[in-house]
Design a protein around this ligand. Structure first.
Ligand code: HEC
Length: 146
């Protein structure tokens, strides 16, 4: 092969190495007000949602390799902003009830957990029983956890 072929290959490799130096925030802040839901609900949330919607993210190995690490960190930050089960207790009863309904809506529509996540974490593919658990919980009405 001629030299011309190798120049871009080496260049691209160099860029990949260099971007690893860009720091990525992968913090797990303390869990201050975790949601209190029945054990069967917690089980589903933990297996399918907690990596993004809690302060207990299990950062995956691919989350350490740029540029994928940037995408993972971005998703987690955005997800925590929308819904954080580690800080659920800070919500008003009204907001909590609303968010609970939204949880089921997202799951029912197949929006959550994110498809790319399920692809990499097959255990997060919810069975019919697991979905039912969330549905019942979301419609559980006004009985608050506190
Ligand atoms: C791989 C990360 C990831 C996982 C896993 C995940 N989510 Fe999300 N979720 C996000 C991101 C990112 C957003 C914000 C952007 C969006 O709405 O797509 C979000 C938004 C949401 C919202 C707010 C939607 C809105 O539009 O206001 C709800 C509710 C939600 N997720 C529920 C869940 C539930 C329930 C699970 C588990 C069954 C789950 N998510 C799993 C990343 C994730």
């Amino acid at each position: 092969m001629s030299k011309r072929v190798w120049v871009p290959v080496v260049g691209a490799f160099g860029v990949l190495v260099l971007i690893q130096l860009w720091p990525v925030e992968r913090a797990n802040p303390p869990v201050t007000a975790e949601i209190a839901a029945p054990p069967e609900v917690m089980e589903v949330l933990r297996v399918a949602c907690y990596d993004c919607h809690s302060n207990e993210t299990r950062w995956p190995w691919y989350g350490y390799v740029a540029p994928v690490s940037w995408l993972v960190a971005h998703d987690v930050n955005e997800a925590r902003e929308e819904l954080n089960f580690s800080e659920w207790g800070l919500l008003s009863a009204e907001d909590a009830a609303e968010l609970r309904e939204e949880v089921w809506e997202e799951v029912e529509e197949g929006e959550m957990p994110l498809r790319k996540y399920v692809w990499l974490h097959p255990e997060a593919r919810l069975s019919r029983e697991q979905r039912q658990v969330l549905q019942m919980w979301s419609g559980a009405g006004e009985q608050e956890e506190h």
